[in-house]
Every structure is written in structure tokens, then in C-alpha cells.
Design a protein around this ligand. Structure first.
Ligand code: FAD
Length: 424
């Protein structure tokens, strides 16, 4: 038999249940990635191109290859299956609206062509539909009870990469998508880099996570999110190795939590999860200033400029910048979430929209009226003003005491705006 393994958010060979099963079940395995018209731009495009090149390398090391096609993933998969011919398609199940729709279409097409379709876990630690609240309902709406059950759940075995990927003779891989933008030096894409970073993080840093994760300037979080997003790392393998990092593992549980919310509520990127009848202020100029890091509030601007420059932002800065947009500027969370999604290397539906709705009070927060004070947050989590100065060189000469509130300076700072909204 010939089986196609359709890759998407699982660009790795380690602990890949669909790939492992295909190599065990079939005489011929055809790893496939379909680049569709929704492919990302900028940093994200180069990151993806690097991930695919690395995956192809790992598959070739095992006697295999990666077939890359352009077009609609369902159409291209079925087309390739008919050409080969293949008897079955294996995929890792995913949760967003688009992914679920794609999976349904693929199931339909496979039925029509009398091919099998099998879905496998691999995108989360615990599969998103595995845990159900005892009181009824199709998913957990609140984190803490989910965390309790999740922590006690038996895990499946972490799988080794296959020794051999037996592709059919003469298989043509096709060209990889070309990265349209220069590489992002901070986050080179691919499983090989991801695994090196994972090992270093677990060996030298994870124990410091509880104490250091809120230090804005210190880079004391794992910075593995882009790799988890693309599936260069298995979240299950990461969890199984993080034996000294309870607080870190809790964050992986937040990731799983938002995946199971999204599985049950796939419109999370469009509709309020819990509508509170908010009226948003349609202020394009304010939203634009926020996007460009020109709000006049240093901690907000530093975060937004980190996003522009690096395609990544510290979690504390994400909370402060998101809260500023929705609470102070009263701009619709969808505007901010869309901007984050386009620029973040780790931009993914469940975590991005789940967190945005959490901040906006329309999501899973049990304290939906929480307001974050940006000045207080900055003093606490950037006590030397180092993070602010790193991204806002125009504030270099401002003394630390005033760097959080430059509007209190006796003279205006050239090149830095006054705050968009009153800050006192
Ligand atoms: P670490 O602190 O080292 O955590 C390890 C991993 O746990 C992360 O890589 C991530 O996969 C997961 N994780 C950590 N915090 C959260 C969280 N609050 N919710 C869900 N999972 C979490 N994370 C994304 O992966 N993609 C997004 O698009 C995204 N958008 C966000 C938008 C907003 C407004 C906010 C407040 C948070 C968002 N997050 C998102 C969550 C979090 O900020 C990032 O996961 C984290 O900053 C990534 O850095 P790290 O890998 O160093 O995380």
C-alpha cells in the first residue's frame, strides 16, 4: 500500500504519530506539504520555508523526501493520491475553523475516491476532545479545573522518528516555497534548531522559569512558541522532558486549554466567546498608532516595536499592549488580534484569539473586568527601563524614574509623541 502523510502544523519527524503509523502500515510513504494561497508573508514566510527545508532534509536522511505542491491542500492531496495511486491519507488533527473545514472536505473527497483517511494526535499534549467536564458540556470553559484533570491524564507514548521513510521510486519532490523576506536571525526555522533550543532550555533555564518569566528585558522564557506553532517540536515530548518545570508545563496546558476551546468554538477568531455587549470605538488613527508603536506610552510602544522588529513579543508585553488597545483606546479586540496574527511567528488561532478574548473580557477570564495599568506593569517588570530603551532609542536619555511616564518630563522629548489618551 501507499500512504500519503499530509503535513501542516506538524513539521517534524520526532514524535509524529501520523508519520510513524504510515511507516509501520505501508510499503510506500509519501510525505506531502501543500502551500496554499493563504501562505504567510514576511518573517513568517521565511520561517516556514526554513522549516520545510529542514523537514525535507530529515526525511531525505531517512531515505524519504518531502513532496511540495502549490494550491488547495484538499485538491492537491487527492490529485497526488490518484496519480500515485495511494490508498490512504494520514493527517494530524487540528482545531481551527479552517483546519476543521479542510479535514471535513478531505474526508468527503477521500470517501468519493474510495481512499482511507486517518487522523492522529500530535498538535497538543492531550488531544483536544479527550477531556470532558464531568458536569456536562463539550469542553472546559475555565482553566483551573481543566489543569487539574489535564495534569492527571495518562499520556500516550512519545514516538521515536522512523528509521526509514520508504518513498516510491522516482518520486519528484518539487521546489520548496521561496522565502520572500530575509531570514529572521532570532528564530531560524526548523526541527533541528528547535530541538537544540529545547535541549538547552531544559538543561540550563527551565528551573529559573517561575522566577524569571515576567522579566521583560531578560529573555527568560523558552521562546519556543514559533517552533510549537509550526509543530517543529512535539508538545508532548517537550512536556515529558520538562521534569523540573511545573510552571512551564502549566503554560503548555494553557496552550492545550485554548485548543480544546477552539475545537468546540471554532469561530473564536471572529465572534465573542462570551458576549458582553461591548461597544467598540472605531478609531483607525488610534489603532494605526498602536500598530506602529506610537501611542506615547513607552511600555506599549516598546512591545509593539518588538513585534514589528522580531515577529515575537514577550507575554507580559502582549498582555499590556492588548489591554491598552481594548481598555484604554476601546478598539475592537479583532483589530488587534488580526495584527498580532499576521506578524507573530507563533501566531496561531487558538492561542492568539483565545488570549485576546481573555484580555478583552469576552473570553475565558474569570475576572473579565480586569484592567492592566501599563505604567505600574512597566515599573514592576522592567525595573531598569532596559526593555523600553531597547526598543525606543529616542528615550535613551530619559532617567529611569521617568521613562515609564515621559509626559512628566519638564520638556517634551523630540521624536516621541504625547500619550494618545490621558494617562493620569
Ligand atoms: P513560555 O513562557 O516559555 O511558555 C511555553 C509555551 O507555553 C509557549 O511557547 C506557548 O506555546 C505556551 N504558552 C505560554 N503562555 C501561554 C498562554 N498565555 N496561552 C497559551 N499558551 C501559552 N501564544 C502563541 O503561541 N501564539 C499566539 O498567537 C499568541 N498570542 C497571544 C496574544 C495575546 C494578547 C497574549 C496575551 C498572549 C498570546 N500568546 C500566544 C501566549 C503567550 O504570550 C506566548 O505563548 C508566549 O509569550 C510565547 O513565548 P515563549 O515560547 O517564550 O513562552
Amino acid at each position: 500500500d501507499t500512504v500519503i502523510v499530509l503535513f501542516n502544523r506538524d513539521l517534524r519527524v520526532h514524535d509524529h504519530p501520523a508519520l510513524a503509523a504510515a511507516c509501520a502500515d505501508a510499503c510506500r510513504v509519501v510525505p506531502l506539504f501543500v502551500a496554499d494561497s493563504r501562505m504567510p508573508a514576511g518573517h513568517r514566510a521565511s520561517f516556514l520555508a526554513e522549516c520545510l527545508a529542514d523537514l525535507r532534509g530529515s526525511l531525505r536522511d531517512r531515505g524519504g523526501d518531502l513532496v511540495v505542491r502549490q494550491g488547495d491542500p484538499v485538491v492537491e492531496t487527492v490529485r497526488l493520491a490518484c496519480e500515485l495511486p495511494a490508498q490512504a491519507v494520514y493527517v494530524s488533527a487540528d482545531v481551527g475553523a479552517l483546519a476543521q473545514r479542510r479535514e471535513r472536505r478531505l474526508a468527503e473527497e477521500c470517501r468519493r475516491h474510495r481512499m482511507g483517511l486517518r487522523t492522529f494526535p500530535g498538535v497538543t499534549v492531550v488531544p483536544p476532545d479527550e477531556l470532558r467536564p464531568s458536569g456536562g458540556g463539550d469542553h472546559y470553559r475555565v482553566f483551573t479545573p481543566y489543569w487539574r484533570v489535564w495534569s492527571g491524564q495518562r499520556r500516550r507514548e512519545v514516538l521515536k522518528p522512523p528509521d526509514k521513510v520508504p518513498v516510491p521510486e522516482g518520486l519528484e519532490g518539487g521546489p520548496l516555497p521561496v522565502a520572500g523576506h530575509g531570514p529572521n536571525g532570532l528564530f531560524p526555522g526548523g526541527e533541528t534548531v528547535a530541538r537544540t533550543r529545547m535541549r538547552q532550555w531544559l538543561k540550563y533555564c527551565v528551573e529559573d522559569y517561575a522566577a524569571g518569566h515576567d522579566d521583560l528585558a531578560g529573555n527568560r522564557t523558552s521562546r519556543l512558541s514559533p517552533y510549537l506553532r509550526a509543530g517543529c517540536l512535539s508538545p508532548l515530548e517537550l512536556e515529558s522532558l520538562a521534569v523540573n518545570g511545573d510552571d512551564f508545563v502549566r503554560q503548555l496546558c494553557w496552550r492545550d486549554f485554548f485548543h480544546q476551546v477552539t475545537r468546540a468554538f471554532p469561530r473564536i477568531n471572529r465572534d465573542d466567546y462570551r458576549s458582553r455587549g461591548q461597544r467598540w470605538h472605531d478609531d483607525e488613527d488610534a489603532a494605526q498608532a498602536w500598530k506602529e508603536g506610537r501611542t506615547g506610552v513607552p511600555i506599549v510602544d516598546a512591545g509593539m516595536r518588538q513585534l514589528l522588529a522580531e515577529g515575537w513579543m514577550h507575554n507580559r508585553a502582549r498582555m499590556v499592549t492588548a489591554s491598552f488597545l481594548v481598555r484604554r483606546l476601546r478598539v475592537d479586540w479583532r483589530v488587534g488580534a488580526g495584527h498580532f496574527f499576521d506578524l507573530l511567528l507563533d501566531g496561531e488561532v487558538p492561542n492568539n484569539y483565545g488570549n485576546w478574548q481573555w484580555v478583552a473580557g469576552t473570553g475565558n477570564d474569570t475576572r473579565p473586568n480586569r484592567v492592566v495599568n501599563p505604567v505600574r506593569q512597566a515599573r514592576r517588570f522592567d525595573p531598569e527601563g532596559e526593555y523600553i530603551r531597547r526598543y525606543l532609542p529616542e528615550l535613551d536619555g530619559v532617567p529611569t524614574k521617568l521613562i515609564y511616564e515621559p509626559w512628566r518630563m519638564p520638556t517634551r522629548i523630540r521624536g516621541y509623541p504625547a500619550p494618545l489618551v490621558p494617562m493620569d
